[in-house]
Structure formats: C-alpha cells, structure tokens
Design a protein around this ligand. Sequence first.
Ligand code: TUI
Length: 308
Amino acid sequence: MKTRITELLGCKYPLIQGGMAWIAEHTLAAAVSNAGGVGLIAGGSAPIDYLREQIRLCKEKTDKPFGVNIMLMSPNAEDLAQLCIDEKVSVVTTGAGNPGKFIPAWKEAGIKVIPVIPSVALAKRMEKAGADAVVAEGTESGGHIGENTTMCLVPQVVDALEIPVIAAGGIADGRGIAASFMLGAEGVQIGTRFLASEECQIHPTFKELVVKAKDTDNVVTGRYTGHPCRNIKTKFAKMLANGEKDGTLTPEQFEEVTLGSLRKAVQDGNVEEGSFLCGLIAGMVNDVKPCKDIVEEMMAEASKLLGR
Ligand code: TUI
C-alpha cells in the first residue's frame, strides 16, 4: 500500500501510532515501527531527560523511522520541540494546539511535521505554515478531542488541502482503514487498538477495561473546562460527567480532582481516581496481541477490501 505517506515517512504501511500522553513510550513505538508502521513516543508533559532517554532506547530497538508527539499544552513543549531536533527524530506530530511557531526549525532540521488537527481551518493554516501532512482527528478519538467526526472531517480536509491527509478517530481494523481511504485519506493514525497490544506498557487493569468495553462504555468529560477528553466510562469518569452536568463540580474542582489522573490510570490502574483516556472504538477491541499481528491483520484486511 504505497501512498504519499509511506513515501514521506519511509515506512512499509501508511499507518502511524497515536501519540498517547503517558502511554506511548519506546517499547510500543519501536514495536509499531518494526511492524511496518510509524511508532510514536509521547512527549506529553514529560521532563526532557525522560524523553531523551526514551528516544535513545527506541533507537536501540528499531532501525526503522519513528517519531515523537509534542503535546502543545505542555509547559515543556518548547524544550521537547528542540530535543526532537537535537536527537534527529524522523517525524513529529503535534496535538492540543497550533504548532506554527515550531515548524520552521523542525523543517530546517529535516524533520517531517504532521500536526493533528480537529478542523478544516486549522488544517489550512498548517499547510500554509509548511506542514508535510496533517492528521484529521475525529471526535471518536480518545483523549483531548474536537467536535467534528472522522466521517465528516476527513473528506473536507482532503478537499481543502494539497498535502496528504491521515485519518484518525474510530479506526481499529481493516474496514476502518479501507473506509478512510475511501474518504480520501492516504494514511491512518491508530491509538486505541494499540492500548490492547502486548508491547503497550500500561497497567493490566487499563488493558482489561479496553478489552471489556462495550460500545456504550465511553464518556466525554471536561467540555466546560475547554479541554474535553474522551475516557472509558469508569465510576470516576461518570462522577466527573455528572458533576459537570448538574453543576456540583465547578471547573476549578474538576481540574483539581483530575490533576495526576492520567498517571493514576496508566501506571497504577487506579479505577477510583484515574482517567482512562480511550477512543470510542474500544467496543470493537476484544483481545491483546503483539503489534506485528495487529498491523499485519488490519493491513491485509484493508488491502483485500480495497482490491489491492
Ligand atoms: O492532542 C490530542 N489528544 C490528547 S492530548 C492529551 S494530554 C491532555 N491532558 C489534559 C488535557 C488536555 C490534554 C490527551 N489526548 N489530540 C490531537 C488534538 N488536537 N485534538 C484536538 C486538538 C487540537 C485542539 C485545538 C489541535 C489544535 C487546536 O488548536 C487551537 C488553536 O490554537 O487554534
């Protein structure tokens, strides 16, 4: 499956892994890259020394291209952006903001730049700013989300841009990949499916929640803070959603009780106080497998459906 994305990134398959904050570390990134996609290490709000080590460990595990996701709301974003240049990372994706001010330096360093965007307007700005491609991310995605759906957003972004578009949000098998190609995408970004991979280092309780989730076991919290996040519907997430709805939790209280909740989910599997960020497609993810099997099975299914 050759597209402008495989050409741009030098990978076998037009598939990149989601840059999941607190979750995507070098073991997962290297496994996805070794499987023929492009793995990503999440910068999140990590200290610079942690990310440097993760990049170096990833280089030891794979000679294939891999990247880093910069979460632009992080207070460390500037330092992490420079680290990607110093460590000669192949590709950077960005989330939760406008990466415009970093793009010239990344391009100068030969890094491929792929902003994740939730709207046509931002996609156009990113193309003008020199992005190599964009990820058009629908609201089906896990974590911090926009309002538009993958089905509606992807073709509109494809129509508006010259650069290639990667579809994201609600894709977890070959059917989703084939559908994305029908919408005009030339690649896919996949996060939730890789939560239930052997190489993903999240707490076993997190994996169990993903595998057991039904189609309705999912909820968006924090719309009123300006940072809506999609989660697995645990008791904690339901408490947040209800508190937001009935006004018993102020936005300030919301910020307070969710502080550190990503770490509590990922590292401790703490269902009482953790935020288990996860996409809407978890209902379709029913087993834990090696990344190689996940990637090969979904690409084979997509190829068959697309008649390639
Ligand atoms: O970034 C994501 N997903 C994320 S980031 C994250 S960590 C986090 N933790 C607490 C609060 C918020 C985030 C967890 N999941 N996906 C890509 C994405 N980017 N979704 C939406 C956006 C986005 C939103 C606004 C991109 C740009 C943007 O621009 C606003 C502007 O400046 O014009």
